[in-house]
Design a protein around this ligand. Structure first.
Ligand code: DCM
Ligand code: DCM
Ligand code: ZN
Ligand code: ZN
Length: 278
């Protein structure tokens, strides 16, 4: 996701975590405000193009080598690169937040746990972006499309353009207030609106002791949208097509759902981590 998506996911999570979870992460991230998660949600993107952060450049996605639109599917052994992917990264950085045994002194120092938290907060978001669970044209980066007549790549459309259009937010609008308002709306939908029914199924089976299996469920759901909504007629058919019309109308509800789900799951994930620590 672009900044708007990541920050919204983080604000939704802060609306659902338990008070103990808020206290723990406010302490770790040294931020006592309601922005403690949102404020670090894009950090992983800010370092991925730096020399220091290069190691993490492939951690944001898993390249499902499937054949949309006829067959979609993610396979951890096939699709997670040797040097890591979003699923193995969630495994790695989640484990860095946990004590090796109850009350053990083997914990990583606070600055390492803070860094791990920032990666987890970001990657739970990214794994819910359909094109972060697809190999074709490097997650759609190599597919040129039109957006209100302007040339964009398909990945950018799904990372940012659809959400921005839905919110009536210009490309250069400040993301924090926009994300805060979007998160409030999606939080209400999860509490007692259109997502109140499905919300329990979103967190079913989440397992801190099997992060790969948990995150693969998330990646599999994202990847399924490649066949149904992202490339419904395949990668060739979409080239140079205008996507801000009918395509947008079908895609917008998927973006809303995936952002809401990611935020709600991030809250549950952080709660599980704090439950394990205390
Ligand atoms: N942090 C980190 N790595 C460092 C220094 C700090 O991950 N080498 C974390 C600790 C804080 C967050 O980054 O949670 C912001 O730190 P600062 O206020 O130093 O920018
Ligand atoms: N990306 C992806 N899958 C890939 C390659 C990249 O999902 N196989 C994502 C990561 C960034 C965006 O696409 O969100 C741009 O990546 P890059 O700057 O590495 O081209
Ligand atoms: Zn992206
Ligand atoms: Zn990312």
């Amino acid at each position: 996701w672009g900044s708007l998506g990541h920050i919204t996911v983080a604000y939704i999570a802060s609306n659902f975590v338990k008070p103990e979870t808020t206290a723990y992460f406010q302490g770790l991230l040294r931020n006592d405000t309601e922005h403690y998660l949102a404020g670090v949600a894009t950090w992983a993107d800010s370092i991925r193009y730096t020399k220091w952060g290069r190691f993490s450049r492939n951690f944001h996605f898993i390249d499902a080598k499937d054949t949309p639109p006829t067959a979609c599917g993610v396979d951890f052994a096939r699709d997670c690169k040797e040097d890591g992917c979003v699923v193995s990264s969630l495994q790695n950085y989640t484990s860095q937040l946990l004590p090796t045994s109850v009350g053990s002194e083997g914990d990583l120092p606070a600055w390492r746990r803070a860094q791990a938290a920032k990666f987890v907060i970001h990657f739970v978001g990214d794994v819910h972006q359909p094109l972060h669970a697809e190999n074709v044209a490097q997650g759609g980066n190599g597919i040129h499309v039109l957006w209100d007549g302007a040339e964009l790549n398909l990945h950018h459309v799904w990372d940012s353009s659809i959400a921005e259009k839905m919110l009536g937010a210009g490309r250069r609008v400040k993301p924090y207030p926009t994300a805060f308002a979007w998160a409030a709306n999606l939080t209400a939908q999860i509490r007692d609106g259109k997502y109140a029914g499905p919300r329990d199924s979103w967190t079913k089976g989440m397992d801190l002791d099997d992060v790969v299996a948990t995150a693969m469920v998330w990646a599999g759901e994202s990847n399924a949208y490649i066949c149904s909504h992202v490339l419904p007629e395949g990668p060739e058919a979409i080239v140079s097509q205008e996507l801000a019309g009918e395509y947008y109308e079908k895609a917008a509800p998927v973006i809303e759902l995936q952002v809401a789900k990611a935020g709600y799951r991030l809250a549950a994930w952080l709660d599980l981590i704090v439950d394990r620590i205390s």
